[in-house]
Design a protein around this ligand. Structure first.
Ligand code: BGC
Length: 413
């Protein structure tokens, strides 16, 4: 449906917010001490180089930066806080503000402190007291300077019955944080939701269709329903009503990458993805970002008409940066179409500002800024300039596409 060489003039509404996203653990490098995690090493060395990274964001015209504060770093032992680490985040926030970049903060991006993990993390209701202590510790200190809050990144994915308790506890933890933050800040609060678009692997097959609906319920709809009604419903769990959950998001945060295909005859419920890796978009086998499907983003936004929406993550791990340009252009077109249909989309944050540690590997390259993992030197890719021009114009135009994509990127090497 979307063809990058037919992009029309796409103007975005005044005030549309442009920026990028990262997470602490994926770029900062391991904290010293007991919360050093697997093989991330120095990550992208952002802990040392954050000043330079803020300057680069400013040069690229970014208006917002979504980042996370690493709970594992700040509370390495239960109840013991690293105040110097909090000072560091204070300085990051101040520098963003000094460069007119809105700080969007996430208090939990996938990673738990080890001691919390050992205690069973969010799978146990009684552990929420640790989360509440963390939120109380960090929120009042930064509240006056934060533009938007996302207590959690993506607690919703995984089509797993045995994650019911975890997901419902996360909803409660989110709601608790929502009401606590509200006492300290008037700024909007949401969840960076992994919006997985599920479609039947075989569209003609009744069971695949039902499996797609079930997967969608377990990943997306349980959360939308809970926020809209206060009713917590998940397969394998008794339904509950929690008035604190109802309305505990001011906007929808959408992290969108690609579609998933439901296969009723697969133990994982998921079939193989439409796979373009023969085009060498990326060189990681079975990595999940192997298809461009902007229609999925439009379909996701169509279901979120009851609140403002921000695309809080969208991006491509590509060895050939031209594909990143294609990917961004097509997804911005889908967002523009959503706007035309009357959906209140207010911003776009590219994942990721810079190459980062992709949960087990440094191979996938998502960054607008290329990171040399020997020297940690940052080099803006053409896609960074492409996005900078879009931000400057508050529009995607055929001229911009032509400037950065004079020809179709070649397939293969
Ligand atoms: C996560 C990021 C991750 C990105 C690309 C998102 O689901 O929030 O941590 O790096 O996807 O895989």
């Amino acid at each position: 449906m979307y063809d990058v060489f037919s992009v029309p003039e796409l103007k975005f509404p005044t005030g549309f917010l442009w920026g990028s996203a990262t997470s602490a653990y994926q770029i900062e490098g391991n904290p010293p001490g007991p919360n050093g995690y697997d093989r991330c090493g120095l990550g992208a060395n952002h802990w040392q180089m954050y000043r330079e990274d803020v300057e680069l964001m400013a040069q690229l015209g970014h208006q917002a930066y979504r980042f996370s504060i690493n709970w594992a770093r700040v509370e390495p032992e239960e109840g013991c806080y690293d105040e110097a680490a909090l000072d560091h985040y204070d300085d990051l926030i101040d520098r963003l503000l000094a460069r007119n970049i809105q700080p969007w903060v996430c208090l939990h991006h996938n990673l738990n402190p080890r001691w919390f993990e050992k205690a069973g993390a969010f799978s146990k209701r009684e552990n929420l007291r640790h989360w509440e202590r963390w939120v109380k510790k960090v929120v009042p200190r930064i509240a006056a300077r934060i533009a938007a809050w996302m207590p959690f990144n993506e607690f919703n994915p995984h089509v797993k019955i045995d994650e019911g308790a975890y997901k419902l506890n996360c909803l409660k933890a989110h709601a608790w944080a929502y009401h606590f933050i509200r006492q300290h800040s008037d700024q909007p609060i949401s969840h960076a939701h992994a919006f997985q678009v599920w479609e039947p692997r075989r569209p003609y097959d009744e069971l695949d269709r039902r499996m797609a609906d079930l997967a969608d319920f377990m990943v997306n709809e349980f959360l939308f329903h809970a926020i809209r009604t206060g009713e917590l419903v998940y397969p394998g769990q008794d339904g509950q009503f929690d008035p604190l959950v109802k309305g505990a998001m001011d906007f929808w945060g959408v992290n969108y990458y690609v579609r998933h295909l439901a296969d009723a005859r697969s133990a994982s419920m998921e079939g193989p993805r439409y796979d373009h890796k023969r085009l060498r978009l990326i060189d990681v086998d079975n990595f999940f970002l192997s298809e461009f499907y902007p229609e999925g983003l439009l379909a996701a936004l169509e279901r979120l008409r009851d609140k403002p929406c921000y695309v809080s993550e969208n991006g491509l791990a590509a060895t050939d940066d031209q594909w990143r340009i294609v990917y961004v252009a097509l997804h911005l077109w889908a967002i523009h179409e959503a706007l035309q249909r009357g959906i209140d989309v207010r911003g776009y944050m590219y994942w990721s500002l810079l190459d980062n540690y992709e949960w087990g590997s440094f191979v996938p390259r998502f960054g607008l800024l290329e990171v040399d993992y020997e020297t940690y030197r940052r080099t803006p890719r053409p896609s960074a300039a492409f996005l900078r021009d879009i931000i400057r114009d508050n529009a995607l135009t055929p001229q911009t596409v032509k400037r950065y994509l004079p020809a179709l990127p070649t397939l293969g090497r």
